[in-house]
Design a binder for this molecule. Sequence first.
Ligand code: PA5
Length: 447
Amino acid sequence: MSLKFNEKFASRFVSEDDINSIAAKAVEGMNTLTSGTGLGNDKLGWLTLPEDYDKAEFEEIKKTAEYIRNNADVLVVIGIGGSYLGARAVIEAIKSNDYNLFSENTPKIYFIGNSISPSSLNEIIELCEGKDIAVNVISKSGTTTEPAIAFRVFRELVHSRYPAEEAAKRIFCTTDKTKGTLKELSDKEGYKTFVVPDDVGGRFSVLTAVGLLPIAVAGIDIDALMSGAADAMKELCSTDVYENEALRYAAVRNVFYNKGRVMECFVSFEPRMAMFNEWLKQLFGESEGKDGKGLFPVSTVFSTDLHSLGQFIQESGSSHMFETVVKFNECQSDYVIKAQEGNLDGLNFLAGMNMSTVNEKARLGTLLAHTEGGVGNLVIELDKLDEYNLGYLIYFFEKACAVSGYMLGVNPFNQPGVESYKKNMFALLGKPGYESEKESLEKQLDL
Ligand code: PA5
């Protein structure tokens, strides 16, 4: 197994007895998931995706990615939530969190439609000036406001720049197989479409065209990504918490939760994992946080954030949080620290040492310090940060998240709470049909 879950540094807070006493509940959660008898059981397609993902669509993704690479300087990816986080997380983790600065042989990839900020939109429009562009709009529903506004803009931009036939070849829609605005528009305009499978929800969709097309455009090996996920699918099946790392992780985080640790802090010592942390926050936050239950996911990148949030975690974290650290044993590239004449900064004792060694000692030092401060540290360990291991990690977290959701007694696959802000926003904007809500909301806001 290429992933190891280590709860040793949480043993002061979570004993073997604690794990044993929650094991049956974890197994029940796992059985509910795999038997398809739980809430949201129409959204379990992601469980077998690594093996039974539509092979023709997969090949088409690779072909299209090559076409985009050969014909565009820029790919604009439009989507929000599960329709953008996974792609961006994988691209930044594998390539760089400054991917666009290094993308000499692959198109720049700009993500938009993940906010309603006009400044962000204008920035991307400016960056596209004088460039050959392609657009991948991703929306299962096709009606989500943020991407819909951005798509209006970029669709117009593409059509204003290229003759109709060429424009149609530069717009790619990832959406529902048969219905919705985007599907209808694509059929009418001749845009190529990719499918968000009916049985895969947004935040579990990174290993479908939703994530795979932008990821492949970035020159990332999607076969290796799927192969890592496929091995995770085969290996994370046991109903023994001591054999199945995903199951034990689900069990341990639920022990923490039951002891009042309601915040889980996802930690990485690699800045390029920052967006992966964002993906994790959505995966766990939207899946578990409902019916008054759930762990609140937060994230940090160390050692950067040890100089901002480290103080709080060290001295005030013990009452409500624990950390889950994703650690890679090999780094992608290293740097040997040199001696400095005069040793002005007193760091010559590091001369000849790899920077990765210093980073690892920082991790170990932090682990001991935070544990001492009362914050339990769970460690998820992988060989290296590459496509295979990331695919494995994605599947590991998806499975652990679904099992955890069932352990909490919620439906891990819906997100009813997301509608509330939308309703208010539409009413305040004067959308037809929302007249009475508008009046009441404006009164509350003293408008
Ligand atoms: O996980 C989810 O289902 C959500 O985060 C959606 O991905 C997000 O709301 C975007 O929805 P859509 O793809 O319909 O535009």
